[in-house]
Design a protein around this ligand. Sequence first.
Ligand SMILES: [Zn+2]
Length: 404
Amino acid sequence: MTVRAIMMAGAVSVAALAVSLPLDAEQRPDAQPSREASVQPTKFTRAPMTQAPPAGEVEILPVRGNVYALFGAGSNIVVSVGNDGVLMVDAGRAEMSDKVLAAVQRVQREWVVRHEPAPLGFGAETRSSVADRHITAPPKPIRYVINTSADPDHVGGNEKLRNAGHTFTGGNVAGNIADATEGAAILAHENVLSRMAQGEGQAAVPADALPTDAYFVDFYKLSHYFNGEGIQLFHMPKAHTDGDSIVHFRGTDVIAMGDLMSTGSYPVIDVAKGGTINGVLEGLNRVLDMSIAEFRLEGGTLMVPGHGRLVDSADVAYYRDMLTIIRDRVEDLIKKGRTLEQVKAANVSGDYDTEYGSATGPWTTTNFIEAVYRTLGGVEVRPKPDATRKPDTTRKAPAPAKRP
Ligand SMILES: [Zn+2]
């Protein structure tokens, strides 16, 4: 199957899945026309699945079960809604927060309408009349925001979303005190917290935007089911940065990949913040190890990359293969002693540039090749070998330092 055929097949199966959910809601025998229309994917997601939403708009895509993806707010956002409230992976750019919040409230209301208790039709008068009047419970608050990295387009909405949310502290009393207006918990790897606290690479971060819970080992898991499933964070060391997390929704089998992958560009490898090409490849392989396809790499586990469209195992495997090929070419040239300029001139990514490359913008093909070259140990300017210089054997070894 050609690459395009694989992409199209994946897109069609995903689109079919996306539209089936709202239809379920519409087909409910007791659905009332007066109720709010269910969340529908826009025409962009219905067919080609490859186009970004119009600028400044947030697009909602039902992924599976109670997990949704929001596109267009900077980074992609994954949202779990349900009985326990809302959990979000990434927060988008700060200036998009109001639209993100509106989209979250829309999926919350949708969930409430779908899970309204059915009219009992018998028993106590009060019970049946409450059900008949369709008094729905208010939406549950945002309780968790997870940051997959410290990039402004992933953490920009932290403050607003946190303050719109709610953390349940100890017992009923703590939750009811008027002063206890603690917002949603923000979870991230500790390298994200330290970068944000130090204000590295971005404007000063308000205290409410900082992660409230950081982990420093290989993984972190919510200590309890949330909206009916386990949710686990895995640290991806040295990938896009040194603080990346991916998030696995174990029940719905959806993985939020963060910036390990972007369907429209080469991965952003932030060398200054500890990113490496081999770390990205390890991360992609990890995602593939965790995922199970429905049939021949299609369907099954669904992944939401940090940027771009919804993907499945086939897409991730293709992306991994593409990066492995480019990595191997650069590595080979480094072994042959080529300089960065020579590697750039060798056009090692030429066969993929039409799909992933860019000559302009914040992450160009040149930026990508430089990052690959540097993190594979390539030296930008090779010192000229000086044949006349000999090792200095006349110098004595320094005397051991005396203790004071
Ligand atoms: Zn990103």
